[in-house]
Design a protein around this ligand. Structure first.
Ligand code: ZN
Length: 212
């Protein structure tokens, strides 16, 4: 007789797999200078109800499996020994909204920080070949609009603002928080990393262009 798997269950082997993936991603992203001084946070979906996420305050270039913990859909930790990232709710709202999203990455790069301070409420990325790195984009001849939200230490309020925007713009591959950083996501960690690298390249192009 096969075991009944409840939707709230997750496979411990998947947690271990994601913990390794996120630690590897952390080394790469820290090497790029995109997650300085313990900033940023990463997560990967474990099931419909749970996600693995970086614990608060960990150095992202030196993550171990012990730095990855489990939270539920509301962002509550399963274990009381560690605190999840302060911005956990910004991850879990994406998992709740998009069943196909398997990973969320948040970084604090110089370019995302600078560009978000120069933009209004949206950044328009237009005409770049690299836009094709985003899921569903097949030509450079398009415009990807990235919303820019004002920074807010009240994460539930910020999450509600993001939700409200996404209600009308489901196709967005990421968003900026002003003076703070980038959130992007994908079907898995690999796709989220591709989106992140594409954003960083495009942010750099925009900044160079603005400087003339
Ligand atoms: Zn942050």
């Amino acid at each position: 007789m096969s075991a009944v798997v409840l939707s709230r269950d997750f496979d411990p082997a998947l947690l271990q797999h994601h913990a390794r993936e996120l630690a590897t991603a952390g080394r790469f992203l820290h090497g790029q200078g995109w997650v300085p001084a313990t900033s940023g946070n990463f997560s990967a979906r474990l099931s419909a109800d749970y996600a693995a996420i970086t614990a608060s305050g960990r150095h992202k270039g030196r993550l171990t499996e012990q730095d990855i913990m489990v939270v539920d859909r509301a962002g509550r930790a399963l274990d009381s020994a560690r605190r999840p990232s302060a911005e956990t709710l910004l991850h879990t709202t994406l998992y709740c909204r998009y069943p196909e999203v398997g990973a969320v990455l948040h970084t604090h790069s110089v370019n995302a920080t600078l560009l978000s301070r120069r933009c209004g409420s949206e950044l328009r990325l237009e005409g770049y070949e690299l836009l094709k790195a985003f899921r569903g984009v097949e030509t450079h001849d398009t415009c990807v609009i990235v919303p820019v939200f004002d920074n807010d230490q009240d994460i539930p309020r910020l999450a509600a603002q993001v939700e409200h925007y996404l209600d009308g713009h489901d196709e967005v591959p990421g968003y900026l928080i002003r003076g703070h950083g980038l959130y992007t996501w994908g079907r898995d960690v690999t796709e989220a990393l591709r989106h992140l690298e594409a954003f960083e390249f495009l942010f750099q192009c925009e900044l160079h262009q603005a400087r003339g």
